[in-house]
Ligand binder design. Sequence first.
Ligand code: SAH
Length: 294
Amino acid sequence: MNIARPFCYSVVSLKETFPRPRVFRVREDYDRGEFVSRSWEPSGRPPIGRMILGVVAILLFPCLPAIEASMEDRSEGDDPMKTARLRMVRDQIEARGVKDPRVLEAMRSVERHLFVPEREKSRAYNDTPLPIGYGQTISQPYIVAYMCEALELKGGEKVLEIGTGSGYHAAVLSLLAKEVYTIEILEPLAREAQKRLESLGYRNVKVRCGDGYKGWPEEAPFDAIIVTAAPPEIPQELVNQLKVGGKMVLPVGEEIQELVRVTKGEKGIKTERLLPVRFVPMVPGNRVETKNHF
Ligand code: SAH
């Protein structure tokens, strides 16, 4: 953060404007009833320029925090998308209570504007879900961060995501875990996401086109599972593919949905209701016509 410099400048210029000895001298003169032009300069003229500077400095002093904030934003150089992204994390995510520093860093790092269609780019860092085609949406940034935090990932995990969509949430997860497996039922979305993740260098993500209700049995068990479309109830097959001690975060319900965290124990599952939410439905595999599963 290069705020230190301009702030130092303002201190220096204040010092230069009112050098200590001169201020004392003026005061002495005043005390002696001699507050006359002679006490300023040999020429007898008061330093109007310096006085104006001083007044401006005093007036600006209360605004320093705002100036600091705006310089902080500008200090990110000329990348307006980065500026918008940092602001998104600060105002939408941290401000709502997400604290995990790894999650916040991942949200600062993944370029959401590269995961949305061209026409949505200008809204990429808004506090909202956005359409990604085929009737689907990329989730609101806060919800992505909230769900990631709820999984309590440490970095060494194998994670399964159901509902790849644009690949954005998978990219965020890839920075928080060791490996990410993600399943998308709509083939064009799966292909686009796979290409996008590859070209952006998210190498620890594998995309599959298929029915998320079946999970990814060849790679099970998973330390964590995240579902980004809403099933009417918790899918048993996904619970089966979760490790004992593992966590699954998913929206559950139809009209009314809730974000739920499932923790798998030796003897069964514990469920916690986290937040009311609205996700696209998790559709049963037999209702979607997909020519090429991969
Ligand atoms: N996580 C995504 C957003 C997901 S939107 C992102 O970051 O962009 C939910 C996605 O779930 C949609 O793309 C939808 O096609 C997919 N989906 C719905 N039912 C599914 C199912 N049974 N199996 C896999 N994907 C499913």
